[in-house]
Write a protein that binds this ligand. Structure first.
Ligand SMILES: C[S@@+](CC[C@H](N)C(=O)[O-])C[C@H]1O[C@@H](n2cnc3c(N)ncnc32)[C@H](O)[C@@H]1O
Length: 277
């Protein structure tokens, strides 16, 4: 128990960054008038490979009916929650370990006038504070890499889902045996990184009573996106809003370690959709 408390404190500290709220505010001001805030924020509040595009693909795979109740585990700044609420007309409960993210996420949600549909709170995937069978769907994007006990977490999520409810995972998974150099965007050191293979995810889902519906390896999409991003950085420098803001001063080394692992075929972002029977 004590060990998992220390581990979660370290993980939360990894994601806590001085000046992030201010950096996002400044970025939005610079882009003022360049588009809708929900779209502009997608560059910084969707902290996973492929950003908003990956969330769109996940939403399409889930095909949520209007008014559905969705649980977003490890919601971060709440970008996915706000996107789903605004575009699919669903209600989203987001839970995240990192208080600083939740605080910024709540402010952005109010700013976008989505606080009637999106609620973000501090909490742990290992101890979800909701009634059984209270959600039509659950999502978890780039969080499993921080979770050692995936089967236990999936069992908790399965309890929260109504029968027939769907669970969408989009995580960085281990697809090869190579070494991963640290830091990476989800962890400063190996002790707080729990990469698992798609097979391990499949068996953790099955153990939790969740039936796998589809699996999609999105490595090619991620590589193409990083190439475009690198080129744009070389040509124009960092954009006013981008994931470099949430990765902090060691963003370049985190990114290059992750791209190296992707290129070597050691890791890949994988989307899985599962269903509660
Ligand atoms: C890479 S970020 C992804 C955030 C968000 N899902 C997104 O895609 O923008 C990982 C997030 O998982 C959260 N997290 C890590 N371990 C967690 C846990 N055990 N319970 C809840 N959240 C956790 C972190 O605080 C962080 O916000």
């Amino acid at each position: 128990m004590e060990r998992s408390k220390d581990r979660n404190s370290e993980i939360s500290a990894h994601y806590t960054l001085d000046g992030l709220a201010e950096a996002i505010r400044t970025g939005l001001e610079k882009l003022d008038g360049a588009g809708a805030a929900l779209d502009l924020l997608g560059a910084v509040d969707e902290f996973h490979m492929g950003g908003r595009r990956a969330t769109e693909a996940l939403a399409a795979a889930l095909s949520l009916p209007e008014g559905a109740k969705v649980l977003d585990i490890g919601c971060g700044l709440g970008g996915t929650a706000r996107f789903l609420a605004a575009t699919a007309g669903v209600d989203v409960e987001g839970v995240d370990l990192t208080p600083a993210y939740v605080e910024i996420g709540q402010a952005l949600t109010r700013q976008l006038g989505l606080d009637d549909r999106v609620r973000l709170s501090v909490g742990q995937a290992q101890a979800l504070p909701f009634r059984p069978e209270s959600f039509d769907a659950a999502t978890m994007l780039h969080v499993g890499m921080n979770i050692p006990d995936k089967a236990a977490v999936f069992a908790g999520i399965a309890r929260m889902l109504k029968p027939g409810g769907r669970f969408a995972i989009y995580d960085v998974m281990r697809i090869g045996t190579g070494e991963v150099a640290f830091p990476v965007p989800w962890s400063s050191r190996p002790q707080t990184s729990f990469l698992a293979t798609p097979e391990a995810y499949r068996s953790a889902l099955a153990e939790a009573g969740l039936r796998l519906v589809s699996t999609e390896d999105r490595r090619e999409m991620a590589l193409a996106m990083f190439r475009t991003m690198k080129q744009r950085m070389q040509d124009m420098g960092p954009p006013p809003l981008g994931l470099h803001l949430v990765m902090g001063k060691d963003a370049p080394v985190k990114l290059s370690n992750m791209i190296a692992a992707l290129e070597a075929g050691t890791v890949a972002p994988v989307q899985m959709i599962a269903a509660k029977e």
